[in-house]
Design a protein around this ligand. Structure first.
Ligand SMILES: NC(=O)c1ccc[n+]([C@@H]2O[C@H](COP(=O)([O-])OP(=O)(O)OC[C@H]3O[C@@H](n4cnc5c(N)ncnc54)[C@H](OP(=O)(O)O)[C@@H]3O)[C@@H](O)[C@H]2O)c1
Length: 269
């Protein structure tokens, strides 16, 4: 089924969503805070649509929705993993459509999973829309508790921007070791991508490698010392090390003595 859509706010998410909707045959208008010549205001765009997407910053969703001229039959949607559907309470109906993709450039939505929060009346059409856009629908609990929503969003953030923080730390260590800074990402990113490919094929525990998975306590001790010598805090390495140890144990890679020695070293700093 094709719908008339309005996107209120034309930022990173909308710049991926609008072309994807149009390519799938939907009519889409865009509402702007400060419309230029030939552009629509948020209210004008919302009046022209059946489904109104609040593609604005999370903190603005409720206020922007409350300012729109809703009519019966319209559905308000937001794309925020952190915002309850109650933010859309001013609309006749509300649903969440949260792409699990970091959108900051030309990347499209195709191939990404999308967390869908909707009642039984709207879920089938949203699932179908996701597939039309080349996305994989992921059913979120509905209703979703505040605690579950925060946990869901924290996990998504760990898996996306959290990885960026790990790469920044790795780059800082390489720089301290005398490697040229602008070559770091070019070399580290394929390492990360390859790890993800292996994990996709073998699972997380099946893929884990490195000194912790091998029980190389001496190497781990030198890693911790290297951070101190570089003037870096060891907190990230130690926290990740404890999680790697759990994965290595789950894979049955280590004997009791190795686990005890690694755990003691990770706790001693
Ligand atoms: N970017 C991502 O990776 C990503 C991924 C998944 C979900 N999301 C979700 O998508 C939604 C939009 O995020 P985004 O990354 O596209 O944000 P964004 O790039 O900052 O764009 C938001 C747009 O909303 C409008 N806007 C900004 N401040 C506003 C305000 N105070 N009141 C009303 N409108 C305002 C602006 O558009 P105009 O100038 O056209 O009015 C702005 O370009 C958020 O709910 C976010 O959580 C984003």
């Amino acid at each position: 089924m094709t719908r008339r859509h309005a996107c209120i706010g034309h930022g990173r998410l909308a710049r991926a969503l609008v072309p994807a909707l149009r390519a799938a045959g939907h009519d889409v208008v865009i509402g702007r805070r400060s419309p230029g010549a030939g552009e629509l205001t948020a209210a004008e765009a919302a009046r022209a649509a059946d489904w109104v997407w609040l593609t604005v910053p999370d903190d603005a969703i409720a206020a922007v929705a409350a300012g729109l001229p809703w009519r019966p039959g319209q559905v308000a949607l937001h794309c925020s993993g952190a915002t309850p559907l109650s933010a859309l309470a001013s609309a006749p109906a509300g649903a969440g459509f949260h792409p699990l993709k970091l959108l900051a450039g030309d990347a499209g939505l195709g191939g990404a999973h999308v967390g869908i929060e909707a009642d039984a009346a709207h879920r089938p059409e949203l699932d179908a829309l996701a597939r039309q856009l080349g996305m994989v629908p992921l059913a979120l609990p509905s209703p979703m508790t505040a605690q579950a929503r925060a946990a869901y969003h924290a996990a998504a953030n760990l898996a996306a921007s959290g990885v960026l923080a790990v790469l920044a730390e790795a780059g800082a260590l390489w720089s301290a070791a005398g490697l040229v800074g602008d070559q770091a990402l070019a070399a580290l990113m394929p390492l990360t991508r390859g790890t993800l490919d292996t994990a996709a094929a073998r699972g997380l525990a099946g893929a884990v490698s490195g000194p912790i998975a091998r029980g190389d306590t001496g190497v781990l001790a030198r890693h911790i010392a290297a951070l101190a010598a570089a003037g870096l805090e060891a907190d990230l390495l130690l926290a990740l090390g404890r999680r790697q140890l759990a994965l290595a144990e789950a894979a049955g890679r280590l004997d009791v003595a190795q686990v005890t020695a690694l755990r003691a070293l990770l706790a001693a700093h």
